[in-house]
Design a protein around this ligand. Structure first.
Ligand SMILES: *[C@@H]1O[C@H](CO)[C@@H](O)[C@H](O)[C@H]1NC(C)=O
Ligand SMILES: *[C@@H]1O[C@H](CO)[C@@H](O)[C@H](O)[C@H]1NC(C)=O
Ligand SMILES: *[C@@H]1O[C@H](CO)[C@@H](O)[C@H](O)[C@H]1NC(C)=O
Length: 768
C-alpha cells in the first residue's frame, strides 16, 4: 500500500516536472484554477482537493456538481497546461470531468475577473457601473484577491457561519471581548442591532463565485471579527482588540469611535495608545500593523474628525466617503487627517453598499462612513498580497498616491506643495485598487521615520478674535531633524476658550498649503478649550518642511469670546529622502524560482532576494540582504540571496546581531559607537492619574466614604459610573440613513452632580 502511494506520488512529481519542461507550445494562458465535476458532493470534492494539495474554492453553480479548485505555490498564469495535476485528477474515479481554466488574452480582464455571484451585478462600486469605480476588477485581473492576508473587523461580532463568509473565516483573527471567549458570533435580537460587523466583514472578504450574495474586495483573504462593541467598552477592551495577535492579523478595520455629536473631543486612552504603538513597532514582524478607520458620521452636526483621536492618529489610515454621483454625503465629516475616500451611501435614491447581512442574508443597504473603511481594508489587502514587505508607512504613501480626485465634488480642493490635489472631505480622493497594487509592486521602502518637534511658544498668548503664530522649521531639533519630505504633521495645542466650538484653527506650511485643523462646531459649547490635544493633517505629504509655518486661530462666533493659547508644539514626521525625486521604476517583486515544502522561497533570480514566499529586489526594514550557500543538493556551491531577520531591537541593520543596527524603531535611540538601539523610551505617557485609580486612589475613596457617608458615596459612585460609561458606548458608525439617534446608546444620567461639575471632571478625564 505504502509502496503504491509512493509510486503514485513519484509519478505525479515526475509528471509535474514534465509539465514544466514541455516547452511553450500553447497559445492559451493557463490559470492555477481547475473546474471539476464531482457528483459525490462537497465533501468528496474537498477530499479530492486535500489529497492533491489543491485548495477547495467552493461550488461554481449553486446546487450543481461543479467545484472550483486551485493550486497554490505555482505561477498564477502559465502558457503551458499543468500535466501533473491533469494526470492526478484523471486517476480519481469520483472526478467525472475537469478542466484547467484558461484566459483569452484580449478579454482576460473581464473573463477572469468578473465573479459569478448573483449580487455582483448590484455591486456598482466594483463592477464598472460608475466611472470611475474602485477599479477592483483591474487588481483581480492581475491575480490579486487577498490570498495570504488576514483582516480583522473590530465591531459587534461576525456571523462566522454565514455561507458567504464561512470559507474565509479565520478563528485566529477573532475574539469576543464582550463575553471573553473566542467565539465572536453576534448577539441576535429582534432589531438586528448587531449586524454591523458582519456587514463590514462581507465587504472585505465575502467569498466569490459561490452563488451567494456578492464578492468581497479581497475575496480570498482570511477574515475574522472581534466582538467588542456590544457591551461596555473600556480602554482594556479597546486595547485588547487593537492588539489581538499582531503577528497573525495584518489589517484591523474599525468603524467606530467617540460620539459624532459635534461636541466631543476624545481619543484613545493609555492602553489603546500603547496598543497602537505596539502594533506599528512590532506588528507584522516589525513592518507594522495596518489600522483602517472610518472618519465618522457626524457631518450633519458639523463634527470634525480631527476631534476624534482615533481617526486623527498618525497610525490609522482614515477613510472618508463619497456618493454614487461623487458628492459629499450628508454624514461625511471633513477633516485634515483623512487620507483617502471610497464610495458609500448618499441621499434618498442613491445606491448603497452590497454585502453580507446577519441571519445568513445579503443586503444592498449598508451605509455611512462605516461602509467605506472596510472597502479600503479590502483594497490594502490586495496591495499586501502584491507586496507583503510594505511597512505601515509605505501603505499610507501608496494609498495617498493611488487616490484620485476624479469627479469628486468639493468646494475645498486645493493643490499642495507636492503638486497633488487634496480636500478635507476626501483626503487625496477616490482610492483606485488597480493603481494601488501596481504601485505596491514597484515600491521600494521608505527610509526610517524622522520626527521633529518644535516647541513654539513659551508664554501664554491672548487669542482674542484672531491670533497668528509662526514657527521656523529650519531650527528644528528632532532626533535627527533631517526631513526632506513630510508625511504627517501634528499640532499639539493647549488653550482655554470661552466657547470651544467658535474657534477655527488652521495651519499653513512654508510651501503655502493651508489646512483646516478644526472648523466651527456649533454644537461644541464647551468652556474647557483643548488640553494637549493633537490635531493632524495629511495635506503636506511629500512637501519640504523647511521654512515658516503659521498657525492661525480665529474666533468665528461671539465677539466677547476670549482665551489663551498656552502650549503649541509643531510635530513634523517624514523622511530624509526627497520623495518628489522618486521615480517608480521596475517591479520590485518577482516570482520565486524554488520553494521548500512550506512554500517559503529558497531561490530567486539575481538581483532578487528571497523573502517569505516570494522574491524582492530589496530587503525591507527588519531584514538585511544576506548570501548563503544553496540548500539545493544538486548545486551546493551556488550562493543564494535572501533577506535575513535583523535583531529585534534594530529597525534596519547590516547583520543579525544587536550591534549591527543602522536605524532604530520609533521610540528607541541609536547609539553610534555600539551600533545598537536603546530600549524603547516612551515620552507620551499621558496626563497624570485618573480619579481613584491605583492603591492611593482606593485609599482615598475609602476615606471619602468613611468621612462623608451616604450621599457622597452615591455621588462618587454615580460620577465614576458616568465616567466609566462614557468610555463605554462608543458609537458604531452604522446606518446613518436610519437616523443616527437609533445608534447612540443613551448615557446613564446622573442627577447628583451638576452638569458644570460633570463637564469639569470630564474635561480633565477626556482631554489627553
Ligand atoms: C529660520 O532659521 C534659520 C536658521 O536658524 C535662519 O537662517 C532663517 O533666517 C530663519 N528664518 C526666518 C524666516 O526667521
Ligand atoms: C546589501 O545591500 C546593501 C545596500 O543596498 C549593499 O550595499 C550591499 O552590497 C548588499 N549586500 C549583498 C550581500 O548583496
Ligand atoms: C555585526 O556585528 C558583529 C559583532 O557582533 C561584527 O563582527 C560584524 O562585523 C557586524 N557586521 C556588519 C555587517 O556590520
Amino acid at each position: 500500500m505504502r509502496g503504491m502511494v509512493a509510486t503514485e506520488l513519484g509519478l505525479c512529481l515526475l509528471l509535474l516536472w514534465c509539465g514544466f519542461s514541455r516547452g511553450r507550445v500553447g497559445l492559451r494562458v493557463y490559470l492555477s484554477s481547475w473546474a471539476v465535476r464531482v457528483p459525490g458532493g462537497v465533501q468528496e470534492a474537498q477530499r479530492v482537493a486535500r489529497k492533491h494539495g489543491l485548495l477547495y474554492m467552493g461550488q461554481v453553480i449553486e446546487g450543481g456538481d461543479y467545484y472550483h479548485l486551485e493550486h497554490r505555490g505555482v505561477k498564477q498564469q502559465s502558457l503551458i497546461p499543468h500535466w501533473g495535476w491533469h494526470v492526478c485528477l484523471k486517476k480519481e474515479p469520483t472526478v467525472h470531468w475537469f478542466e484547467q481554466q484558461t484566459l483569452k488574452r484580449r478579454s482576460r480582464r473581464t473573463v477572469a475577473a468578473v465573479p459569478t455571484d448573483p449580487w455582483f451585478q448590484k455591486q456598482w462600486y466594483m463592477n464598472n457601473d460608475v466611472t470611475p469605480d474602485l477599479n477592483v476588477l483591474a487588481a483581480w485581473s492581475r491575480g490579486y484577491t487577498g490570498s495570504g492576508v488576514v483582516v480583522s473587523v473590530l465591531d459587534d461580532g461576525i456571523e462566522k457561519d454565514h455561507p458567504d463568509l464561512a470559507v474565509n473565516y479565520d478563528p485566529l483573527a477573532s475574539y469576543d471581548f464582550n463575553d471573553n471567549d473566542p467565539d465572536p458570533q453576534p448577539r441576535y435580537d429582534v432589531w438586528d442591532q448587531n449586524r454591523h460587523g458582519t456587514r463590514c466583514a462581507g465587504e472585505v472578504a465575502a467569498a466569490a463565485n459561490n452563488g451567494i450574495c456578492g464578492a468581497g474586495i479581497a475575496y480570498r483573504a482570511k477574515i475574522g471579527g472581534v466582538r467588542m462593541l456590544d457591551g461596555p467598552v473600556t480602554d482594556i477592551v479597546e486595547a485588547r482588540s487593537l492588539s489581538l495577535r499582531p503577528q497573525h492579523i495584518d489589517i484591523y478595520s474599525a468603524s467606530w469611535g467617540p460620539e459624532d455629536d459635534g461636541k466631543t473631543v476624545d481619543g484613545p486612552g493609555t492602553l489603546s495608545l500603547e496598543a497602537f504603538y505596539n502594533g506599528i513597532v512590532n506588528g507584522r514582524g516589525g513592518l507594522g500593523s495596518l489600522f483602517v478607520w472610518a472618519s465618522g458620521n457626524g457631518g450633519h452636526r458639523y463634527d470634525n474628525c480631527n476631534c476624534d483621536g482615533y481617526t486623527n492618529s498618525i497610525y490609522t489610515l482614515s477613510v472618508g466617503s463619497t456618493t454614487e454621483s461623487g458628492r459629499v454625503p450628508w454624514y461625511n465629516e471633513a477633516c485634515a487627517s483623512t487620507l483617502t475616500a471610497t464610495y458609500s451611501s448618499g441621499g434618498k435614491g442613491e445606491k448603497q453598499i452590497v454585502t453580507t447581512d446577519l441571519r445568513r442574508r445579503c443586503t444592498s443597504e449598508h451605509t455611512g462612513s462605516s461602509a467605506s473603511a472596510p472597502l479600503v481594508a479590502g483594497m490594502i489587502a490586495l496591495a499586501l498580497e502584491a507586496n507583503p514587505a510594505l511597512t505601515w508607512r509605505d501603505m499610507q504613501h501608496l494609498v495617498m498616491r493611488a487616490s484620485k480626485p476624479a469627479h469628486l465634488q468639493a468646494s475645498d480642493w486645493a493643490v499642495n506643495g507636492a503638486g497633488r490635489k487634496v480636500s478635507h472631505h476626501y483626503g487625496y480622493g477616490l482610492l483606485d485598487a488597480g493603481d494601488l497594487v501596481d504601485l505596491a509592486k514597484k515600491w521600494t521602502p521608505t527610509r526610517p521615520q524622522q520626527k521633529c518637534s518644535i516647541n513654539v511658544i513659551h508664554k501664554p498668548l491672548a487669542i482674542g478674535s484672531r491670533l497668528s503664530v509662526s514657527a521656523n522649521a529650519s531650527t528644528c531639533h528632532g532626533e535627527k531633524a533631517d526631513i526632506l519630505s513630510l508625511e504627517h504633521v501634528q499640532v499639539q495645542l493647549s488653550l482655554s476658550y470661552s466657547r470651544r466650538g467658535d474657534l477655527a484653527i488652521s495651519l499653513t506650511s512654508p510651501m503655502g498649503t493651508k489646512s483646516t485643523l478644526v472648523d466651527v462646531r456649533p454644537y461644541d459649547t464647551s468652556r474647557n478649550g483643548y488640553k494637549d490635544w493633537s490635531f493632524m493633517s495629511t495635506h503636506y505629504w511629500d512637501e519640504d518642511p523647511r521654512g515658516t509655518w503659521t498657525l492661525l486661530l480665529e474666533n468665528k462666533g461671539d465677539a466677547y469670546n476670549t482665551g489663551f493659547l498656552t502650549h503649541f508644539v509643531l510635530k513634523l514626521y517624514g523622511t530624509d529622502e526627497d520623495m518628489s525625486a522618486r521615480r517608480a521604476a521596475a517591479w520590485v517583486v518577482s516570482e520565486c524560482v524554488r520553494r521548500d515544502a512550506d512554500g517559503t522561497c529558497q531561490e530567486c533570480t539575481s538581483p532578487f532576494y528571497a523573502f517569505h514566499h516570494l522574491c524582492l529586489s530589496y530587503c525591507p526594514p527588519r531584514y538585511y540582504n544576506h548570501s548563503r550557500r544553496s540548500r539545493d543538493p544538486s548545486a551546493p556551491s551556488r550562493t543564494v540571496q535572501t533577506c535575513a531577520a535583523c535583531h529585534f531591537s534594530c529597525y534596519t541593520c547590516r547583520g543579525g546581531t544587536a550591534n549591527n543596527c543602522t536605524a532604530c524603531p520609533p521610540f528607541s535611540a541609536y547609539d553610534e559607537p555600539t551600533r545598537s538601539c536603546s530600549q524603547p523610551i516612551r515620552t507620551y505617557l499621558p496626563h497624570g492619574g485618573n480619579l481613584f485609580h491605583g492603591p492611593q486612589g482606593l485609599l482615598l475613596l475609602i476615606a471619602v466614604i468613611v468621612l462623608c457617608g451616604g450621599p457622597v458615596l452615591l455621588g462618587v459612585l454615580c460620577l465614576t459610573h458616568r465616567l466609566w460609561h462614557l468610555r463605554g458606548p462608543w458609537q458604531k458608525r452604522p446606518d446613518p440613513a436610519l437616523g443616527s439617534e437609533a445608534a447612540i446608546l443613551e448615557l446613564v444620567r446622573c442627577n447628583h452632580i451638576s452638569s458644570e461639575e460633570q463637564r469639569k471632571e470630564l474635561g480633565q478625564r477626556l482631554l489627553p
